[in-house]
Design a protein around this ligand. Structure first.
Ligand code: GLA
Length: 727
């Protein structure tokens, strides 16, 4: 009896405890635990491996509870960095927020928990949102800020989210680069002081630094082991990721819009939503965290990521601005002959009064240049149809040039201060349109709508953006809200994309910005893919695509076979190497196919047919990074496998070449140790068969011992198909 009573008491206390203040937010393998006592402070208690409600007490008893404010505000606590800092209508600078409501809404793919915080004195409210996905280990978190004060409140700092990171041997991995050298992996220990990763380009946000980071909690980052938190800010504008280290046990991570020059005047009842920060936790190292991002992205964050991506030829590096009908038709015939599925006509097809002959004119004048294309776009879409392929086209809708009819008609549509001359960008004449202005939004929407209405056969748009914001000022925004421009630009862009998507859900749109300037999750819900870099040289791409793969899946990563010598680096490389690298992403070509030899055409035709067969594994499979090019071991290697681990594709590339070189063994992470697999080499070109060609090996052997893989020559590469054999 005594025992029963004790049990009942314990049960009651645990459940009361759970009902009264604990908020446990879980994905299949992770949990975030918050403490949300009514009229008390919202605190973060735990983020890590999934826990059961009956383990909540243990988290506290073991001293594991962080007990830090979940969304720290400035004013009462003044010493530490804050996620939110405001100036009230009466000039007061302080906030003191308490929990007033907790609700969880069951959505189709996720559970959405909304925690309402109210200031003790001011009619000022923040909803802290946590969206826990049911089929991937991602929790998106953001805030919705509003108030009912008599006059506007100024938002000075407004991070999307905040997370304490227990000190220890913490390392961060993030992507840094520049045009034609995007997404280079940087791995470093997190030291004291403040580490800031940020962007201030205004229009594009992935050229220099990326808005994503991996945080390895327990020593130097490992690919398949160890605890890692991954964070990706879903915002296409300026951002700031900050790590601050205080004199206690924690580093403090903040992520959100970059507030520089972006102070926001929030009117009474207006709701300011910060962008989502996607968080993941994995005990399977960087690879585990990447796979979670990829799964979530494919299911929830990339437009139509479940649809196979067409193999395309893009005209840019083949002809640059020299567009004409004959040349386009010839390229279409060539890619159709090679087995491709789509042709994309790049820059140079438009402009009436001012023909687009180089990068210094005509943006905004989206009419066909009939000197180059006398029979218009319809002749091209017809030719594509005749070849049995789809047709795509390049546009740069957010931009104009000083030399353009659009600018002559609407000089007030550009981003510029009222009283200054605009400082142009690309080509010495390019200008950014002011997307905070609804007329500009309408113009862009109507441009796409008109193009698609006149040419419903267009299946693909390459949406480019080749200039950052200069001349910070808007003739649309009121004088007192000029600092809204950076934010309102991206809100305007999203509005345009939402309208386009509502009417054209099946149009495939590539997100390009001077190469890889727009690989971000703010825009990917409206785009099928992004252009990874204007550098198409295969060796460089191994490094860039490796970095990009930390956060973005292959299905979204435009990856093209280009000519040799490379237009960017001058390197000469075999076609096989170029194909093998491009096949690790969304395969395409970006060269003049008429210059290929008969042998090269033959190889390309076979490789394209092979890619079609393995496309589901590459584009929908799980990625295992095996050997990092950044480790300087002379090679790089990765593997994609389907979810059932019955079909995998393995890639290995030589990245350095010298005599008597010792290369490591290649261990095929990601297979099932208990399955038997047959190995078959793909994209074979003249090389003598591998010793293990067609042979069967246990998953365990391939994973633990690995393969001795001959990579004899400079730019040698191997692709192996790994298929489970029946009993
Ligand atoms: C940008 C893109 C390129 C190409 C050019 C055209 O640089 O990244 O791929 O489309 O513009 O001007």
């Amino acid at each position: 009896m005594k025992r029963i009573l004790l049990g009942l008491c314990l049960l009651l206390s645990t459940s009361l405890y759970a009902w009264e203040k604990d908020v446990l937010i879980s994905t299949p393998h992770t949990s975030l635990l918050l403490s949300a006592p009514e009229n008390g402070e919202l605190k973060i208690v735990y983020y890590g491996e999934r826990i059961h409600p009956n383990q909540i007490g243990q988290i506290h008893q073991a001293g594991l509870a962080y007990n830090k404010p979940a969304y720290p505000v400035f004013g009462i606590e003044c010493r530490d960095e804050a996620a939110l800092q405001v100036k009230h209508a009466d000039g007061n600078l302080s906030l003191d927020m308490v929990v007033t409501d907790v609700q969880t809404i069951n959505q189709k793919d996720a559970d959405l928990t909304q925690i309402t915080l109210k200031d003790k004195v001011y009619p000022f409210q923040v909803k802290v949102m946590y969206k826990a996905f049911k089929h991937s280990d991602i929790i998106e978190t953001w805030t919705e800020i509003t108030h009912q004060e008599k006059k506007a409140v100024t938002l000075q700092q407004f991070a999307s989210a905040y997370l304490p990171i227990r000190k220890g041997d913490v390392w961060i991995s993030h992507l840094h680069g520049s045009w034609a050298n995007e997404a280079k992996l940087t791995t470093e220990p997190l030291t004291t002081g403040m580490k800031v990763i940020k962007n201030k380009d205004g229009a594009r946000n992935a050229h220099t630094d990326h808005a994503e980071v991996m945080i390895s909690l327990d020593g130097r980052p490992l690919e398949n082991h160890g605890p890692v938190i991954g964070a990706a800010l879903c915002w296409s504008g300026n951002y700031r990721l900050r790590f601050d280290t205080l004199d206690d046990n924690f580093h403090y991570f903040f992520a959100g819009i970059n507030e520089d020059a972006s102070e926001y005047t929030l009117e009474p009842k207006e709701v300011f939503a910060t962008p989502e920060l996607a968080l993941t936790y994995s005990n399977e190292g960087l690879g585990g965290a990447s796979r979670s991002f990829h799964r979530w992205a494919r299911q929830n964050k990339i437009h139509h990521a479940d649809r196979p991506r067409d193999i395309l030829l893009n005209s840019w590096e083949g002809v640059y601005f020299n567009i004409n009908e004959e040349g386009m038709v010839q390229m279409m015939k060539d890619i159709a002959d090679l087995g491709g599925e789509l042709f994309v006509m790049d820059d140079g097809w438009f402009g009436d009064k001012y023909p687009r002959l180089s990068d210094n004119s005509s943006l905004g004048d989206w009419v066909v240049d009939t000197r180059k294309l006398p029979n218009g776009l319809s002749a091209l879409t017809r030719a594509a149809k005749e070849q049995g392929i789809k047709f795509g086209i390049w546009l740069e809708p957010e931009m104009t040039n000083l030399t353009s009819e659009l600018y002559e008609k609407h000089p007030d549509w550009i981003i510029c201060q009222d009283n200054r001359q605009p400082r142009p960008g690309r080509g010495g004449t390019q200008l950014v349109l002011d997307l905070s202005n609804p007329d500009v939004q309408d113009f862009i929407y109507q441009t796409i709508d008109r193009l698609m209405t006149e040419n419903p056969e267009i299946a693909y748009i390459k949406w480019d953006s080749n200039m950052g914001v200069a001349n910070y000022g808007s003739s649309y925004l009121p004088k007192g809200k000029q600092s809204h421009l950076n934010i309102d630009y991206h809100r305007g862009l999203c509005k345009v994309m939402q309208r386009i998507r509502a009417k054209y859900p099946d149009l495939v749109i590539q997100n390009c910005a001077s190469g890889g300037g727009r690989a971000n999750y703010g825009l990917m819900p409206y785009f099928e893919e992004f252009w990874t870099s204007d550098n198409t040289e295969a060796l460089q791409r191994i490094y860039m695509q490796w970095g990009t793969s930390y956060f973005f899946p292959a299905v979204a990563m435009g990856s093209h076979v280009a000519s040799s010598p490379s237009h960017q680096t001058g390197r000469l490389m075999p076609l096989k190497f170029r194909f093998d690298v491009a096949m690790t992403g969304r395969l395409g070509m970006e060269m003049q196919p008429k210059n290929m030899t008969a042998n090269e055409r033959d190889f390309a035709r076979k490789a394209i047919a092979t890619y079609k067969r393995i496309r589901p594994v590459i584009q929908q499979g799980d990625l295992y990074r095996i050997l990092s090019p950044y480790d300087d071991k002379g090679a790089a290697s990765l593997l994609y496998t389907n979810a059932e681990k019955t079909h995998a594709v393995f890639f290995a590339f030589k990245t350095l070449h010298y005599m008597n070189q010792i290369l490591p063994r290649f261990k095929m992470d990601g297979l099932d140790p208990d399955k038997q697999y047959r190995l078959t080499e793909l994209n074979v070109q003249g090389n003598k068969p591998l010793p293990f060609e067609g042979k069967v090996f246990s998953g365990s052997l391939l994973m633990k011992e690995g393969l001795e893989l001959p990579l004899e020559y400079e730019y040698a590469s191997r692709v192996l198909e790994v298929v489970e054999v029946g009993e």
